[in-house]
Every structure is written in structure tokens, then in C-alpha cells.
Design a protein around this ligand. Structure first.
Ligand SMILES: Nc1ncnc2c1ncn2[C@@H]1O[C@H](COP(=O)(O)OP(=O)(O)OP(=O)(O)O)[C@@H](O)[C@H]1O
Length: 205
């Protein structure tokens, strides 16, 4: 099992309720947004996945919601139409809320943010702080696309992985050799540690 699929499996533990397929689909979409941008510009956005009732309590719409009124059956993340719609909407301020089953329920959502009790590397801005905050206040897992074209995963109020889109795609297509170095964040009891690890065989806390 690779370092990333190992981490995804742990983030998708039964207590959290986010299935592996949903988290993998969101990360893959996030990687596409990071790589493609939109109309020649870099795009960043945020996905909060799971525990949607609690996430709604700590967030609010920034505009009339572009997604929520459509039938749930038309809003699944596996649909090409939905993925292209999300890529378009990702240009707006705010982020998306995704149900455990992969139904995208809200877009352009602002997440209430408090910095107390979150763990964030210096240099990251308010979008990442919002992701850390929503995962501290709920059981959601958050995926951030940075305008710097990096994808970061958060849970329990902390960043747990930093994904380089090209490495993710190479690994998914089986083209990444094990010795290629990757930057992996390793969960430890009560916190996290950042480690430079060998792809597919990272150290474990
Ligand atoms: N609390 C929030 N909830 C949802 N979206 C937010 C929130 N705070 C900021 N954002 C979004 O993040 C955008 C970028 O903000 P900022 O540059 O401070 O974040 P950042 O963490 O540095 O992200 P990036 O790496 O993409 O620049 C804002 O324009 C806004 O769309």
C-alpha cells in the first residue's frame, strides 16, 4: 500500500464516515483543478467532506447557492457534468461541502474560522486556516487546492498531507518509482509530524 493510500485509508476510518472512494474522487478533482486552473489562471478552493449537518452549522453561503437546489442525483462527484461545474465554480470565493456518499451539496460557502487549537505550518493563508478550523469543529475531512498548485489534506484541525499533483497522477498510473522522494505528513498520537519519506514506504508515527 502506498503512503497516500495508507493515509486515505486512515482518514476514512469508520468513526469519521468518509468512504475511501469519496475522498479519492475529491482529491483527484482537486489535483485536476490545481493542474488545469481556469482560463489561464491558477485557481484555489476548499472541499469539506462529511459531517455535513455540522459543517453547515459552521459555514454560510456567500451567494445564492449554485448547487443546493438541483436534484441530489445530478450532483454526484463522479459525474463529468458535476466535475466541470465544480471547476467553473471553484473560481468563486469560498468552498464546497460534499456528503459522505459523494453528493456535492453546497458551493461558494464561507467557513467560520477560529485559529485556536489548530495546527498550521507558517506561510499558509486564510483558506488553509479555514480548512483546519472546520476539521477541528466537525468530523469533516478537508481538501484544499492552493493557488500555488499544491493540494493539502486536513483533519482534526491539522494538515496531514501535502500532495504534489504531478506525483499523485504518476502514482495513480503506476508510473512513480518507489525511490522518488515525496513529502508526507505522518499522523502521530495527539498530533502530526512532517517527514520527507520515500514514496510508497514512508515512516509511520
Ligand atoms: N473562511 C474561508 N472560507 C472559505 N473560503 C475562504 C475562507 N478564507 C479565505 N477563503 C478563500 O481563500 C481565498 C484565498 O485566501 P488566502 O490567499 O488568504 O488563502 P491561502 O490559504 O493563502 O490560499 P492560496 O494558497 O490558494 O493563496 C480567498 O479569496 C477566499 O476565496
Amino acid at each position: 500500500m502506498s503512503a497516500e493510500s495508507d493515509l486515505i485509508a486512515r482518514l476514512c476510518c469508520p468513526g469519521r464516515g468518509v468512504p475511501t472512494e469519496t475522498l479519492t474522487a475529491v482529491i483527484t478533482l482537486a489535483v485536476e483543478i490545481a493542474r488545469e486552473g481556469r482560463e489561464g489562471r491558477r485557481v484555489g478552493t476548499l472541499f469539506a467532506i462529511g459531517d455535513c449537518d455540522a459543517v453547515r452549522q459552521v459555514s454560510r453561503p456567500l451567494i445564492l447557492d449554485p448547487l443546493s437546489e438541483h436534484p441530489a442525483g445530478l450532483r454526484h462527484i463522479s459525474s463529468n457534468d458535476v466535475r466541470e461545474t465544480i471547476k467553473e465554480l471553484a473560481q468563486l470565493d469560498g468552498g464546497f461541502v460534499v456528503e459522505e456518499d459523494g453528493t456535492v451539496c453546497h458551493g461558494a460557502r464561507y467557513f467560520d474560522t477560529r485559529s485556536a487549537g489548530v495546527s498550521l505550518p507558517l506561510g499558509l493563508g486564510s483558506r488553509h486556516m479555514a480548512a483546519a478550523s472546520v476539521t477541528r469543529d466537525t468530523k469533516a475531512v478537508a481538501v484544499v487546492v492552493s493557488e500555488s498548485a499544491v493540494v493539502r489534506l486536513f483533519h482534526n484541525g491539522a494538515m496531514v498531507n501535502e500532495i504534489t499533483p504531478e506525483l499523485w497522477l504518476l502514482r495513480r498510473h503506476g508510473l512513480l518509482k518507489d525511490e522518488v522522494e515525496d513529502r508526507t505528513v505522518v499522523e502521530q498520537a495527539g498530533g502530526i509530524a512532517v517527514a520527507a519519506s520515500q514514496g510508497g514506504s514512508g515512516e509511520r508515527g
